[in-house]
Design a protein around this ligand. Structure first.
Ligand code: SF4
Length: 279
C-alpha cells in the first residue's frame, strides 16, 4: 500500500504523535466499595478486611511435601494394570447391547422378515434409510404375506446409530449387530444396499424367493411356528433354481453367503487399515 502520510516541510522527519490523553478512571458504582488497584510495579493489594479463606493453612511439613504430592496420582497409576487397547491389531468385543451396523433378518426357512412398510425410514431422525416395497407374487415370494422390501438402503454417513428404526420395525426384521468397523474409501460406498444388510443363510434355510410353508399364514411366521424349510419348498427351488447352493447337496452355505458389493469393499478397506495398524 502507498504511504499516505504528508511529507514534513521542515525536513526533520515525520513529527512525533501527540501522546493520547490519559483515560479517566470510571467512578465507582454507587453503594459498592471498591479496593484501590495497585499501580504498576506494586504487589497485589492484601485481601480485603473481613475475608476468610476456606483453604486450611498448611503446616511447614506439608508445605515442604506439597510439590511431591502433586505426583501422587502419577505414581499410583504407574502400578495399575494397563488398559490401553491395541486396536486394530487386537479387536475388543463390543458390549452385547452395542448399536453397530444393521442387519435384515430372515425366518427359519430363509424368507425375509422385511415387509417393506417403511416405518423404519419414517422413524429415522437423520433420514438415513430409504425403502421401497413391492408385492410378493407366486413366482417371487420373498417374505411371508403380501409385501416385501424390494429396495433397502442405509446411508452410514447419516446414520447416528440411535436405534429408533429397530424399535419401529413391526416384524423384528431390522436389528443392530455389534459390528463397528464401518469405513470406506468413497461416499457412495457408505450407502449399504439390501444385499449387504441381509442376514447370512443358516442351516435349514433356503435362498428366497420360494413359497411359504404349506398351510401357514404370515401370522404363523411371526409367532415363530415355522422352524425350517419343508420338502415342498425344496422341491419348488429344485424346479426353479436347480443350481441354488442352499439346496441339499448344493454348493453349500459358504457359496450362498457371498457378501454384498458394498460390504465386500468395506471389509477389504478395514482389512487394509488393520494391516497398516500392525506395522
Ligand atoms: S425393516 Fe422393518 S420397519 Fe423397515 S421397512 Fe422392513 S419391516 Fe418395515
Amino acid at each position: 500500500m502507498a504511504d499516505q502520510r504528508k511529507p514534513d516541510p521542515s525536513g526533520k522527519g515525520v513529527p512525533a504523535r501527540k501522546p493520547a490523553p490519559a483515560r479517566k478512571a470510571a467512578p465507582p458504582a454507587k453503594g459498592k466499595a471498591v479496593a484501590p488497584r495497585p499501580s504498576a510495579g506494586e504487589v497485589a493489594a492484601p485481601a480485603p478486611e473481613g475475608y476468610t479463606s476456606l483453604i486450611e493453612p498448611r503446616g511447614a511439613v506439608s508445605e515442604f511435601l506439597a510439590p511431591v504430592g502433586g505426583f501422587g496420582v502419577t505414581l499410583s497409576n504407574m502400578f495399575r494394570p494397563t488398559v490401553t487397547e491395541q486396536y486394530p491389531s487386537e479387536k475388543v468385543p463390543a458390549k452385547p447391547r452395542y448399536h453397530g451396523r444393521h442387519q435384515l433378518n430372515r425366518y427359519a426357512d430363509g424368507l425375509e422378515k422385511c415387509i417393506g412398510c417403511e416405518l423404519c425410514a419414517w422413524a429415522c431422525p437423520a433420514d438415513a434409510i430409504y425403502v421401497e416395497g413391492a408385492d410378493n407374487t407366486p413366482d417371487n415370494q420373498r417374505s411371508p404375506g403380501e409385501r416385501y422390501g424390494s429396495v433397502y438402503q442405509i446411508n452410514y454417513l447419516r446414520c447416528i446409530f440411535c436405534g429408533l428404526c429397530i424399535e419401529a420395525c413391526p416384524t423384528r426384521a431390522l436389528t443392530m449387530t455389534n459390528e463397528y468397523e464401518l469405513a470406506g474409501p468413497t461416499r457412495a460406498g457408505m450407502i449399504w444396499e439390501k444385499e449387504d444388510l441381509l442376514a447370512p443363510l443358516r442351516a435349514g434355510m433356503l435362498q428366497a424367493p420360494h413359497p411359504m410353508v404349506e398351510g401357514t399364514t404370515d401370522t404363523d411366521y411371526y409367532r415363530g411356528e415355522v422352524t425350517g424349510s419343508t420338502p415342498a419348498q425344496v422341491a419348488w427351488v429344485t424346479e426353479h433354481r436347480p443350481d441354488d447352493p442352499t439346496l441339499p447337496g448344493g454348493a453349500g452355505l459358504e457359496a450362498a453367503n457371498v457378501p454384498g458389493p458394498t460390504a465386500a469393499v468395506m471389509a477389504a478397506t478395514v482389512a487394509g487399515a488393520t494391516k497398516q495398524g500392525t506395522r
